[in-house]
Design a protein around this ligand. Sequence first.
Ligand code: NAD
Length: 451
Amino acid sequence: MKNYTTLIEKQKAYFKTNETKDIPFRLNALQKLKSAIQTNEIELMNALKSDLNKSEFDSYSTEIGVVLEEIRFTLKHLKAWSKPKSVKTPLTHIGSKSFIYPEPYGVALIISPWNYPFQLAIAPLIGAIAAGNCAIIKPSELTPKTSEIIASIIQDIFPEEYISVVLGGVETSTALLQVKTDYIFFTGSVPVGKMIMEAAAKNLTPVTLELGGKSPCIVHKDAKVKLAAKRIAWGKFMNAGQTCIAPDYLYLHHQIKDEFLFHLREAIEDLYGEQPLQNQNFTHIVSEKHFNRLASFLKNGEIIIGGKTDGQLNKMEPTVITNISWEDLIMQDEIFGPILPVLEYNNLSEVIGEIQKHPKPLSLYLFTESHTVQREILQSVSFGGGCINDTVYHFASPYLPFGGVGNSGIGAYHGKGSFDTFSHQKSVLKQTTLFDIPYRYPNMKNGLKKI
Ligand code: NAD
């Protein structure tokens, strides 16, 4: 197993020079990153096409564009975020002033997955740079072309003692985790997230874990059904369902079930045509192993939309399955593919009870016009984040910190959330030397003591 001590020590030494902490340095690094991404836009799109068959539209709107927008937002706000904040001081501390200094941790290790291989490696990096850290990125081995472009972009603009990309799979991650870094930002599956936290615990390294899970999507009887179907089809089948915040399963109120499914079929056809397997722009499943796992779910329930597959190209139609129960294989784990199982309900309390029995999801989507129903769900169900009357869109707002809760993750990022994640909040009390208050010392009389 390769040893990464030299690289990490180099970064630690560079961090100690304080260069990365200068605000103009950070702004310049972000500008450089932005220009390099823009220059390499075509190469990135080609790599994403080759790794996952992503269309240009998808590559820009869900990978490159999201990252460029995140950089623009960070450049605009970085000066304000990084200023020490003056806060109140209680009367008991009279004479002193209180400040909070956001300070970088040092060397951050970013480990990212394959489903949005560019965005999920670079978006955390923006936070790490903004906060003044050095960073090492370990992108996914399952999307090798994109990972190579990431490495070449970073190598062209940054010295390795500042930002570095290490290519490789599980063994590489494991080797990196053996050396102490100052922060670990991991995006990936729940089982691997647990291993990351275990490795981090050995060095007491703080972690952010962006994990997954089964995200419910509820369509209540008073929802605008046609619009709901369109927004759900978009959020579920984008990237062939390989999206951590995709609706994993549907809960339909029995009164609108048939009407909803009619519109869902229409919406899927509008998005991908009558023959989605022939659609050149439909993302394929990342690997044969993942394809076979998904194909085994097609044996569950009754397929009412889609269901065709192309094993040669690892492609699977957007598929909707009814007659599903919680005992079926498809309901045991996160699906992470273009299959949408449908459950039916009569009372909202059944839905709440069932969701509460399972680990806290990364996202939840609720379609309803009723404020009472919205309140009931928001009050009763814990989840990372989500939308009312939409899917996935909350992810793209820099004002909404993005992350999970419980099994779906620890910590959050995006916008100021990213800056805060990669910053330690150093609290400092600046005390006066003009006088000294005696109360805190034992055996002293009341009153101010002249120094
Ligand atoms: P994964 O956990 O298999 O791999 C993620 C990264 O960890 C990769 O870089 C991989 O090389 C590395 N890795 C794998 N096994 C490892 C091990 N034993 N020790 C150390 N490192 C290891 O996840 P994936 O299959 O790439 O991605 C899919 C999962 O990620 C899904 O569960 C999905 O929900 C989740 N995800 C979450 C988010 C989010 O923002 N919360 C975003 C995308 C994906």
